[in-house]
Design a protein around this ligand. Structure first.
Ligand code: DX5
Ligand code: ZN
Length: 219
């Protein structure tokens, strides 16, 4: 049985104790550090930029899963490669030439991900899916942590899984937003490979135990 990957979102960490929270993820059973970069244009919020990602990278021992919620992400592909990103995810809605952007991410030595807003149909990826290492289905509108999960995500995940199988692609499906131990199993059953969790992990009494609980909820 395949185990699901867990990617705690540091957006919900205590920024005054960022090193402590990154080290908690290092010690935990989580697989990736999920890093949300927002520009205040693509989404109505600004999170953090390169100096903070650099500080995270200096303490992180697991792969950096960087989620860019920014317009024209091509400008910064090489910057994030130099910062040590393993996976670089851009939004389909922010890319006019998505195929070119995906190739540029791979050329820079990273795995390429594409994120879809809740209104974006997965079939729009039909002609690029075999080039993608990861698709991130947004299960909330991007921009903020702590929002409630959109139920349509299950059918969307199943449709994406079918597309991946039909095209014989090896793309991972990541779910981002409102993930808890209540929906984790159903998401895995729908086809999810990676679960991002921010508030559920960091706002809990014991984040490290909550990560284990999230994994156990999917078994
Ligand atoms: C939202 C971000 C998410 C966010 C998830 O725009 O992409 O990664 O941190 O937070 P929760 O798990 O609290 O919904
Ligand atoms: Zn994210």
């Amino acid at each position: 049985m395949s185990t699901i990957k867990i990617a705690p979102s540091l957006l919900a960490a205590d920024f005054g104790n960022l090193q402590r929270d990154v080290e908690m993820v290092n010690r935990s059973r989580a697989d990736w550090h999920h890093i949300d970069v927002m520009d205040g244009v693509f989404v109505p919020n600004i999170s953090y930029g390169m100096p903070v990602v650099k500080a995270i990278a200096e303490h992180a021992t697991k792969p950096l899963d960087v989620h860019l919620m920014i317009v024209d992400p091509d400008r910064y592909i090489n910057v994030f490669a130099d910062l040590g990103a393993s996976v670089l995810t851009v939004h389909l809605e922010a890319c006019t030439h998505l195929h070119r952007t995906v190739q540029a991410i791979k050329k820079a030595g990273m795995q390429a991900g594409v994120a879809l807003n809740p209104h974006t149909n997965v079939q729009l990826l039909e002609d690029v899916i075999t080039d993608l290492d990861l698709v991130c289905i947004m299960s909330v509108n991007p921009g903020f942590g702590g929002q409630s999960f959109i139920e349509n995500t299950y059918s969307k995940t199943r449709a994406l899984k079918q597309l991946i199988e039909r095209k014989k692609a090896s793309t991972l499906i990541e779910i981002d937003g409102g993930v808890t131990s209540k929906n984790a199993k159903a998401l895995k059953d729908a086809g999810a490979d990676v679960l991002v969790a921010g508030s559920f992990v960091f706002k809990s009494d014991s984040p490290e135990k909550t990560i284990t609980a999230l994994i156990q909820a999917t078994e």
